[in-house]
Design a binder for this molecule. Structure first.
Ligand code: NAD
Length: 499
């Protein structure tokens, strides 16, 4: 059985804790590898390596670090097919979708190539006699990222590309479900010219996460995963005085106004609800048609498209989506479908019994579509994270606006309409962090920032873009006086600028 260890100080090291976690091939429905779960001592060694690498790396010029990022970009491009296939073999998403997710991470690397521009400080000349004032952005030191299974390349790259380009050294604790791509990303960073210890990957579970949260040498923690763990990480990191951003779960709505092009809206819905088997934090999992007529038209357009979704092995480039990540996760999703029926929602497309011919052990299920879901049902309130779309019918615009606004999660939302006034009003008033207008998955590009509201994100700064640079740097302000020939005597009052 293949074993995945850790990548510490520029070297592959085998796990020594004696604890392992199985890694599955979801298409085949069998274990393919096992990943080592680090002990505190192993995490400690990784942090020591990152700390030792920091003085030299942070002292490099911003352009030097940017050049490493340029080289890294080239290497990712050269290895795109391999990364996509590796990712798909452990996650289950299709290879084209997996490559797309690597590409979205690569865009953050591209953003990081231009970070020297954002590291510039500000300068004020002659703020008083002989006094100039300037600021500089400095890296924090050893920083860390804890990432989820659903984007094992993109989410780590959101974090470490920005952190490393800013001069920090990094400890990545990826998901134990699909650890191979993060290991490959670290190898490529070394090949691109980042010295050993700049990017370390420590595989593990809660024990490793707690070691990160408790070690005083870790200056900042970026987390992406489910809301209960995000909240736990945020509380513990804050208690320890660390900088923390912790992104959590989601329940993303798509409002379909009566004037929307229903064919376009249903096309957008099936891609965003069922792509990657619904295992995306920006997947649309709730459709909200406004008014009875829109609801009937949307269902008439949507239902046949859901019935004919093509589920396939992750190696089939024509499949719309592949299997779920693990058998356990599929059971959880299926139990939500059963719950929806018990709660009284209408299951109009039932994908529960789908079996993939030739891959009968794979963790597949077909797309499920619920109509007449009500806001008090658990299938509406909770994140399902599978190929299940709920339709909640709203009577009017205000009722539709209130649904995502009142929901505990506030990651993404979108509105489909031809009415510019309604779209503008919606975008301004809705209580959600990322909004799409006639765009089903409003994931901002790398030079903007990614982050939800309410229980979808804890902390003040978003991922990547200028917010990411702020997160991974601290600002220092210098007030300097060069008095020339002027003698300056004592002054016991607070310094003020004299008129
Ligand atoms: P998860 O919370 O189970 O795991 C995330 C990370 O936390 C992993 O590295 C895992 O090892 C670690 N972890 C798990 N249990 C822990 C515990 N008890 N203590 C400490 N650490 C623990 O999430 P997941 O299932 O891997 O990913 C899916 C979730 O991530 C979904 O809720 C999804 O919405 C969310 N997600 C959010 C975003 C976003 O930007 N908001 C992006 C991607 C995924």
């Amino acid at each position: 059985m293949d074993r995945v260890g850790h990548f510490i100080g520029g070297k592959h090291v085998a796990g020594t804790s004696g604890r392992f976690h199985p890694v599955f091939n979801p298409t085949l429905g069998e274990q393919s590898k096992e990943v080592a779960l680090a002990s505190r001592a192993e995490m400690d060694a990784a942090i020591s390596n990152a700390q030792a690498a920091f003085p030299e790396w942070s002292a490099k010029s911003p352009i030097h670090r940017a050049r490493v990022m340029f080289k890294y970009k080239e290497l990712i491009e050269q290895n795109m097919q391999e990364l996509g296939e590796l990712l798909a073999s452990e996650h289950g998403k299709t290879v084209p979708d997996a490559k797309g997710s690597v590409q979205r991470g690569l865009e953050v690397v591209e953003f990081a190539c231009g970070i020297p521009h954002l590291l510039k400080g500000e300068y004020s000349d002659s703020v008083a006699t002989g006094i100039d004032l300037y600021s500089m952005r400095q890296p924090l030191g050893v920083v860390s990222g804890i990432t989820p299974f659903n984007f094992p390349a993109m989410v780590p790259m959101w974090m470490f590309a920005v952190a490393i380009a800013c001069g920090n050294t990094f400890i990545l604790k990826p998901s134990e479900k699909d650890p191979s791509v993060p290991m490959r990303l670290a190898e490529l960073m070394l090949e691109a010219g980042a010295p050993p210890g700049v990017l370390n990957v420590v595989n593990g579970d809660k024990e490793s996460v707690d070691a990160i949260l408790e070690d005083p040498r870790i200056q900042a923690v970026s987390f992406v995963g489910s809301t209960p763990i995000a909240h736990y990480v945020y509380k513990k990191a804050a208690e320890a005085g660390k900088r923390c951003q912790a992104m959590g779960g989601a329940k993303n709505h798509m409002i379909v106004m009566p004037d929307a092009d229903m064919d376009q809206a249903s096309d957008a819905l099936i891609g965003s609800a069922y792509g990657s088997a619904g295992e995306r934090c920006m997947a649309i999992s709730v459709a909200v048609p406004v008014g009875q007529e829109a609801a009937e038209a949307l269902m008439a357009s949507l239902r046949p498209k859901v019935e004919t979704l093509k589920v396939g092995p992750s190696t089939d480039p024509d499949a719309h989506f592949g299997p779920l990540v693990t058998a356990e996760h599929r059971e959880k999703v299926l139990s939500y479908v059963n719950l929806g029926i018990e709660e009284g929602a209408d299951l109009v497309v039932d994908g529960r019994d789908f079996r993939m011919q030739g891959y009968e052990s794979g963790y597949f299920m077909g797309g499920c579509l619920f109509d007449n879901v009500k806001p008090d049902m658990r299938i509406y309130k909770e994140e399902i994270f599978g190929p299940v779309l709920s339709v909640v019918r709203a009577n009017d615009f205000d009722e539709a606006l209130a649904l995502p606004s009142d929901h505990e999660f506030g990651n993404g939302v979108s509105i489909f309409t031809h009415n510019g006034d309604a779209a503008r009003d919606f975008a301004r008033r809705v209580q959600v962090g990322m909004v799409g207008v006639n765009v089903p998955i409003p994931v901002p590009l790398s030079f903007h920032t990614f982050g939800g509201w309410k229980n979808s994100a804890f902390g003040d700064t978003n991922q990547h873009g200028p917010e990411g640079v702020k997160f991974y740097t601290k600002i220092k302000t210098v007030t300097s006086r060069w008095p020339g020939g002027n003698k300056i005597g004592p002054d016991f009052t607070i310094p003020t600028v004299k008129a």
